[in-house]
Design a protein around this ligand. Structure first.
Ligand SMILES: [Fe+2]
Length: 236
């Protein structure tokens, strides 16, 4: 099956949106996940140069059949940040009419930031799957960075958005963030079975991805085992 899987990790400002100062500064990862046999693929977190991401998929012989959004921040779905407007998912929807998969709790936040009508977004619960050809992508609700943050699990890979980085985790001091929820989400991710490789939402570490087993050992946010220990590490 692994040769059927099409998977690309793309760094903003290097692999796409080259020359865009925000894309370069933010070091976001977008991902393409597809089935080479059926030719379908989805894109994760298209915030910059959405048409370029579409072209990359098309160049590789795949057609886009959906968007997966980890959370509502403009550097993941588009919107206004640092005085710039990122067209993100909206630009993508102008080029191709595909479903945008978000966690139900995040749906109003994504609608507000992107100015895409809530009725145009597809809400999901924890444990739902999005099918891309022969592959099922499981949507895991991992609140903390935002209320409806979600991670994507498929083929022993975990796309972790801003919930878990190779080093550290996402901030919890933005609107809707919750430090205790983040602790519980990190414990949940730490307990996922299998030999997973974690692909984060930003490149903030030496390596762009890492085995969950090594993140469990090396990443300081994985050390606290109780909420009390978490509070000592992350005082509010
Ligand atoms: Fe974020």
């Amino acid at each position: 099956m692994s040769e059927r899987l099409y998977f690309r990790q793309l760094l903003s400002g290097r692999d796409y949106a080259v020359g865009d100062p925000i894309a370069t500064q933010m070091r976001n990862f977008a991902y393409l996940i597809g089935d080479r046999e059926t030719g379908e693929c989805v894109v994760v977190d298209p915030a910059y140069a959405a048409s370029e991401l579409l072209e990359i998929a098309q160049h590789d012989g795949l057609r886009l059949c959906g968007v997966l959004a980890t959370h509502h921040h403009p550097d993941h779905v588009g919107g206004t940040m640092l005085g710039f407007t990122l067209r993100g998912v909206r630009e993508l929807l102008e080029k191709t009419d595909v479903p945008v998969h978000v966690n139900t709790i995040e749906l109003p936040w994504v609608a507000s930031v992107t100015e895409i009508g809530a009725s145009e977004l597809t809400g999901h619960e924890h444990g739902d799957t999005v099918t891309v050809g022969a592959f099922d992508i499981e949507l895991l609700h991992t609140p903390g960075h935002t209320p409806g943050s979600q991670c994507f699990l498929f083929d022993n890979r975990l796309i972790a958005g801003d919930t878990l980085f190779v080093d550290g985790c996402g901030r919890t001091d933005f609107p809707g963030g919750n430090s205790d929820d983040m602790f519980r989400s990190l414990r949940y991710l730490a307990g996922l079975p299998g030999d997973l490789v974690v692909y984060p939402g930003h490149w903030y570490s030496q390596e762009p991805s890492a085995a969950l087993s090594s993140i469990r050992d090396q990443n300081y946010v994985m050390r606290p085992q109780t909420l009390q220990q978490w509070h000592m590490l992350m005082p509010s």
